[in-house]
Design a protein around this ligand. Sequence first.
Ligand code: NAD
Ligand code: 89V
Length: 343
Amino acid sequence: MADLKGGLIGCGFFAINQLHGWADAKGASIVAICDRDPERLRTVGEQFGISRRYTDARAMLEAGGLDFVDIATTVESHRALVELTTGYKLPTICQKPFAPTLADAKAMVAAAHKAGVPLMVHENFRWQSPIRAVKAILDSGEIGTPFFGRVSFRSGYDVYAGQPYLAKVERFIVDDLGVHVLDVARYLFGDVASLNARTTRINPAIAGEDTVTILLDHDNGITSIVDASYSSKRPVEQFPETVIEVDGSEGSVRLEQGYRLVMKGRSGVVEKDISPPVLPWASKPWHNVQESVAAIQQHWVDSLTAGSTPATSGDDNLKTFALVEATYAAAASRQLVVPSSLL
Ligand code: NAD
Ligand code: 89V
């Protein structure tokens, strides 16, 4: 079968990872790119040998020849672009954060349904192989029935150097990073009945909050804590690692800093290094994120080819988005919030 032909919109900081991932993907390739910045368009087009280049997304779609579109722009453009691409009946991937508001996100999902085309959010953290290893242990029953979990991302890394817009947004860590960590909590422990949360801004040089602590009650009775910080000065910086703790009725599992897996389960104690691979185009410390980009994009190709729904479909991501909104609402009111009431 011929490769699926993709068009990518937004050739900025993170799109470079996506374009490397697409170059490795089996069954798809990017044949056209778009960026409103002509210089950026030229540089990236030359780097990846892509000659079909557009400064306007509609012009790229009008020119035709595409089987799907990958949107890699920042959040303010997502709704208009998803409504545009689905209007052309093109299966679409949209970067996280999915939308500026839940109402926008719902409208984008509705647009895809109306057009009858798949929509996937590029919510890649659950595609990191160490996180999938923890999920496989939970699914295997090794530690029995989980009753406590913690998903944590704490760093002092200068994320603003690569993504300067993050220093200016009013809603920062929950929207940008919390969304990943909350999605991992949903992936591991299931949907959330209610939550409470606290946020703070420690770094005076930025506009938004840079720490968050969330207490979640999952539908299946698991209690979890999700916490994230970009103001944590640690002896060994762990960006961009997510660490995980789970206790179950028959054992426990830890994904510790340095990708060390420590488990006590039905079959005994296991300790091992489960570091993700450093793909040929990747570089530390970003390699775990870069690996997950390649994995989610391959999942998209496989889903599109099989006609199945991708794991982080627009519909699925609305539930993660509701956790983000519930976190801000709980932090503002200091009251318990039921995320499903926001949907
Ligand atoms: P960026 O600002 O570096 O790049 C965005 C690019 O899109 C720019 O080159 C800009 O000119 C272009 N653009 C914006 N609107 C456009 C439009 N309407 N038409 C054509 N081009 C347009 O941003 P970035 O840091 O690459 O982030 C992009 C997105 O990726 C953000 O939503 C961010 O949250 C997300 N991101 C995700 C991960 C992850 O792990 N999933 C990591 C980093 C960034
Ligand atoms: O997802 C993001 O936009 C990035 C990072 C992976 C560092 O959280 O900010």
